[in-house]
Ligand binder design. Structure first.
Ligand code: ATP
Ligand code: LTN
Length: 336
């Protein structure tokens, strides 16, 4: 048995999040909380995927603000920029550059099968741009540049990760070993949070019904109000099950935030009405989010300090990305 754990190289992890709006409780419980938990065990690289965000039309001033705000929020959540590499995708030019190399090694047919493209092209029918179509190739570049062992993603991104693996395998077979073939990492604790207004739909920041989602940065009163308005069921009991999708969603959220098990929660609210339960969920979520919001409010005030951090992050990322990119260029036959 190996005693000296310091000598064991940590596995590498890569993940990104789009700055395409206010991040929600769903993003937090389903993805970002896992990032925070992974930073001790793994060697992590995390990025704000701003290039991905323009696959749908963005207002320039709003986009810029959202990039700052997403970066600041990752810091506020406790992602340590010293321990990890935390950067903004567009600051590392190799993402767009490798994406071209990979595009020329990806088939139109395999891209056409992506379900997210089908969904999003229906949703944005007046702007079905080529970037929206080739988005998974850019995502493959994000991943392959850093040779991660694991890529934490939600279920909606699994198909894109499969494509990234296929692209890596094909490239390695054609040109020789350049890329590590990554594995998806689906965290055990990753909760799937549903809309507070329609428990059959995922909670999503692009939902036009503002009562359906809670932003990580919502203030206490707003959080509690949204939970008070959450749709419930007709059984009148706080019980988890298919017949109660609304209450089950609230139980999932309460459990993720408090660490209590479903059985404990059902017991806690035995004989009590939905009103008491919704208030308790709202309060526990508001209490969990309050320190994040307080940290964020401080961080976002100091743009200069933020700039130092994202520039350092980009430098660290580019050091790794350049090596992989040049290796790939050389293998393909470019003069480097
Ligand atoms: P959009 O509404 O713009 O499509 P989104 O809010 O669904 O965005 P993404 O930016 O696509 O979120 O997702 C970022 C990460 O958060 C992904 O890993 C995704 O799986 C996770 N995530 C998003 N929404 C939820 C949710 N409701 N429950 C759990 N995880 C989620
Ligand atoms: N497409 C992802 C965000 C994303 C990503 C990545 C995730 C961009 N590049 C690389 C993991 C690895 C999304 O929309 N959630």
């Amino acid at each position: 048995m190996c005693q000296n754990t310091q000598n064991i190289e940590k596995k590498r992890v890569l993940s990104c999040i789009q700055p395409s709006g206010m991040l929600t409780l769903g993003n937090y419980l389903g993805a970002l909380k896992n990032w925070v938990n992974m930073q001790d065990e793994f060697d992590c690289t995390f990025a704000v995927a701003d290039l991905h965000a323009i696959t749908v039309r963005q207002d320039p001033a709003k986009l810029r603000q959202q990039i700052y705000s997403t970066y600041a929020l990752l810091l506020a959540l406790g992602i340590d920029p010293e321990k990890n590499t935390l950067f903004i995708q567009s600051h590392v030019p190799q993402h767009a550059q490798l994406s071209w190399l990979l595009s020329c090694n990806t088939q139109f047919g395999e891209m056409s099968r992506m379900t997210q493209f089908k969904d999003k092209s229906l949703k944005h029918a007046n702007n079905v741009n080529v970037g929206l179509f080739s988005y998974p190739v850019l995502m493959a570049a994000d991943i392959l540049l850093y040779k991660p062992d694991l890529v934490p993603v939600g279920a909606d991104q699994k198909q894109h990760l499969e494509i990234a693996r296929d692209i890596a395998i094909r490239f390695n077979n054609l040109y020789g070993d350049v890329f590590t073939v990554p594995e998806p990492y689906i965290a055990k604790t990753g909760a799937r949070v549903m809309s507070l207004q329609d428990p059959f739909k995922k909670m999503s920041k692009s939902d036009e019904n503002l009562n359906s989602w809670v932003a990580i940065l919502d203030d206490k009163d707003t959080v509690i109000r949204k939970f008070k308005r959450a749709v419930t069921d007709s059984l009148g009991q706080v019980k988890f099950g298919e017949e109660q999708p609304g209450i089950s969603n609230l139980i999932t959220i309460y459990s993720a935030v408090t660490g209590k098990s479903v059985a404990e929660i059902e017991k806690e609210f035995e004989g009590k009405g939905y009103g008491d339960f919704k208030l308790a969920v709202g309060e526990s979520v508001a209490d969990a989010l309050a320190p994040i919001k307080a940290a964020y409010d401080e961080i976002i005030k100091d743009k200069k300090a933020l700039e130092v951090l994202y520039k350092e992050g980009a430098q660290k990322a580019e050091y790794v990305a350049r090596k992989t990119y040049f290796k790939a260029m050389k293998k393909v036959g470019f003069v480097v």
